[in-house]
Design a protein around this ligand. Structure first.
Ligand code: MOS
Length: 748
């Protein structure tokens, strides 16, 4: 049975003889993207002129489509087909699964007349041009029958999520009541939308009986299997590609009607079809992060030891769904306290479908706990960092499992030093700069680390080029680049000799991008596959009388500078392959988590520091300075990793100051439906923001010793800002985002 010791660090990546790992290597696909030549799904040129689809969203929030008059739409110029609940394509029943191994069941379009949420796709038009499709769609006369909806999120009306219980340890209520120092605070976070730069989009056509699909999705297998089940064709007949993706953030974990409609229409029209959601449609038709109401109760001794700890989070999901924003889960691993209570409540509403958004759980959960910790520090007269250090656990506070690598304290103390934390005046509202109150705040960051099984293939050609192929995705995170680095380092070839091909269902399967497990999962498979190729090449060399390595020990072979070497004998990889396998040598490899990997509590950690200005006149909050210190295992690429972290931190600024969507409870729609009404940080909001990594190798995490960096960057950031606002002006805000109106009320 494999164990963490089977991760066999050191290995070529950790030895890093080529110096490729950890370097600030430029994006592999960067030139293609900045020159506009990386084709995104909607831009792929099909073999013949496509038809264009337009999706129509429901204009009620709850009820059913009673009737549709589509005569005018069908007669409109250029229209090729019109579909809705009463005129739909041949497709499998919802939930059908002909292949028991499918990773998805059938999702037929317009399966019935039910309207479960505002903006739910209820009709589709395909025409010769997008304009004609949209014009015809406007001619559809849709009659609805509304039923009585529930659009209002009442956190007290929640139920336990299915299969979940509160997690209790000791006697929270008794310990909290007896605690000499208490904090009892309620925090609220709003609905947020992913707002990927690239909306969901699909281009599909048939080549013979094979469905060729280019779509924008975080994984490959799931949408491939979903189409196979929905169209009732063999999955091998679905060639699905997702090569370039303009942002995912969890919102492209599911697939949507653009995928199924494009495929079905391509089949029925015998012509390529392109379908994309508009920016406005994305807000309803794709998932969002649900709102939360979180109550945090902390009880402590006068010297700052937590004796009682509770985080109770209520959130909402769609009527027929169970997605839960696990805002309390992270807190089970963060601070020591003998008496604990954490749990979630779920309220089902007739609004669009909630789902995972970057660091689901932590991203909004840390806004509450890390604010409450700041309140407790103030009550205790302790520095917020000192309070956290006093409650640093030796092992997982609930399971007792040992941590893998945990440098939370180091992130806080090292970051504090670099940031100049000692300049902070613990008393609020003491520092002014003109009309601006100035203050400092900090928060810890934690995000789970995961590893999923993955495969890859690798081929070396007679010219020494090495191509890695993997059914993996790059949602803008740097997957292409780190796969190139790992391949180059493992085979000992220069980076420019490596070709990376991903995002294709024809390639060895990988789990895709999500949960910040992408680099670890895909990268571990790349390393494993590289090791298979090394072994294959070494055995070829030592068995070949024409090789200078003839008769040497294959297991002693070293790979460096394009050479295969045993002691003082070597030859070029290109020469070896050209001589023995002119068509190239191709191998497959796989990796999976060590059997005992879960015996260790694994997380990425960080600490964020913020200096803010709060206008005493307008209540506006400006970020003056931010620094993040992170410990995420070995860093594969200094540039892409830092970009992930700073991107997360910028998103954290948005969480703190800008992002909010609300339900219009008259209709069940979201009020924000474009980037004019749904605000995210702009360049002017981000002045001086930096992040760095502490040296670390997590040898319990995976063979690379790395941990995820895609999501930990957003965690805690908003709380650091809220804490800085309090330090600046003495206004404690617990309702995100921290908009000027709330500041002004606090300033009085
Ligand atoms: Mo992520 S929000 O787990 O893609």
């Amino acid at each position: 049975m494999p164990s963490v010791t089977d991760y066999a660090i050191p290995n070529p990546v950790s030895e890093n003889k080529g110096g490729v790992i950890g370097r600030a290597v430029d994006r592999y696909e960067g030139p293609l993207k900045v020159s506009g030549t990386a084709p995104y799904a909607y831009e792929v040129q099909p073999p013949s002129p496509p038809a264009y689809g337009y999706v129509v969203g429901a204009e009620i929030g709850c009820g059913r489509v009673a009737a549709i008059d589509d005569a005018a739409a069908l007669a409109a110029p250029g229209v090729k087909l019109v579909w809705h609940a009463f005129r739909k394509p041949v497709q499998a029943e919802r939930g059908a699964k002909a292949n028991p191994h499918s990773q998805a069941a059938a999702e037929p379009v317009f399966a019935d007349d039910e309207v479960a949420f505002w903006g739910q796709p209820v009709a589709f038009v395909a025409a010769d041009t997008l304009e004609n499709a949209r014009e015809a769609a406007a001619l559809l006369v849709i009659h609805y029958a509304e039923t009585s909806p529930d659009y209002h999120f009442d956190p007290l009306k929640g139920d336990l999520p299915p299969g979940e219980d509160d997690v209790r340890l000791g006697d929270f209520e008794g310990a909290f009541a007896a605690a000499p120092v208490q904090v009892d605070s309620v925090f609220t976070t709003p609905i947020q939308n992913h707002c990927q730069m690239e909306p969901c989009a699909t281009t599909a056509w048939f080549e013979g009986d094979t469905l060729v699909v280019h779509t924008s999705n975080q994984s490959i297998k799931r949408p491939q299997h979903l189409l196979a089940e929905t169209l009732q064709i063999h999955r091998e007949k679905v060639h699905l590609m997702s090569r370039y993706i303009g942002g995912g953030f969890g919102g492209k974990g599911p697939s949507y009607e653009d995928l199924t409609l494009a495929a079905l229409a391509a089949r029925d029209l015998g012509q390529p079809v392109k379908v994309a959601f508009t920016r406005q449609q994305m807000f309803h038709a794709s998932i969002h992060r649900p709102a939360t109401v979180q109550r945090v109760r902390l009880g402590a001794t006068p010297d700052g030891r937590l004796t009682a700890f509770a985080l109770e989070a209520a959130t909402h999901c769609a009527r027929h769904d169970t997605f839960t924003e696990h805002a309390a889960s992270f807190s089970r691993a963060l601070y020591a306290a003998p008496n604990r209570l954490t749990g979630h409540r779920l309220v089902r509403l007739d609004i669009p479908v909630a789902g995972a958004m970057r660091a689901p759980g932590e991203a909004v959960g840390m806004l509450s706990l890390e604010g409450a910790m700041d309140e407790l520090a103030e009550k205790l007269g302790l520095d917020p960092i000192e309070l956290r250090i006093r409650n640093e656990p030796d092992s997982h506070p609930e399971t007792g499992a040992p941590f893998s690598a945990r440098q939370l304290v180091e992130c806080m103390t090292d970051g504090a030093q670099r940031f100049g934390w000692s300049k902070r005046n613990p008393k609020p509202a003491q520092v002014m700069d003109g009309e601006w109150y100035v203050g400092l705040g900090m928060a810890a960051a934690i995000r789970g680390n995961f590893l999923l099984p993955a495969k890859a293939s690798m081929k070396i050609e007679a010219d020494g080029t090495v191509t890695i192929r993997q059914g993996m995705t790059d949602i803008g995170t740097g997957t292409y680049t780190i796969l190139a680095q790992i391949t180059a380092e493992t085979l000992g070839v220069p980076l420019d000799k490596v070709v990376v091909e991903i995002g294709d269902s024809g390639f060895a399967p990988a789990p895709g991008s999500g949960g910040q497990f992408g680099a670890a999962s895909a990268g571990s498979a790349a390393l494993a596959t590289g090791m298979v190729l090394r072994k294959t090449l070494a055995e070829m060399a030592v068995a070949d009388p024409a090789s200078p390595l003839y008769g040497a020990q294959a297991s002693a072979a070293d790979f460096r500078d394009g050479l295969i070497t045993v002691e003082n004998r070597s030859e070029t990889l290109a020469g070896l392959v050209a001589r023995l396998a002119p068509a190239g040598v191709e191998v497959e490899g796989a990796s999976s988590p060590a059997a005992d990997a879960r015996n260790f509590a694994q997380h990425a950690y960080g600490a964020t520091f913020a200096e803010v200005g709060v206008s005493s006149v307008t209540g506006e909050i400006r970020i003056r300075r931010m620094l993040g210190a992170f410990a995420c295992g070995r860093i594969l690429n200094a540039k892409t990793a830092r970009s992930q972290i700073t991107g997360g931190m910028i998103w954290g600024v948005g969480t703190a100051l800008h992002e909010v969507n609300r339900v219009d409870e008259r209709y069940g729609s979201f009020i924000g439906q474009d980037l004019g009404g749904y605000l995210i940080p702009a360049h002017a909001d981000i002045v001086d923001l930096d992040a760095y990594f502490l040296p670390e190798v997590d040898d319990k995490a995976n063979p690379l010793g790395i941990k995820g960096v895609g999501e930990v960057g957003i965690c805690g950031v908003g709380a650091a800002i809220a804490n800085a606002v309090y330090n600046a002006c003495g206004v404690r805000l617990r309702d995100y985002p921290l908009t000027p109106d709330k500041v002004l009320v606090g300033l009085g």
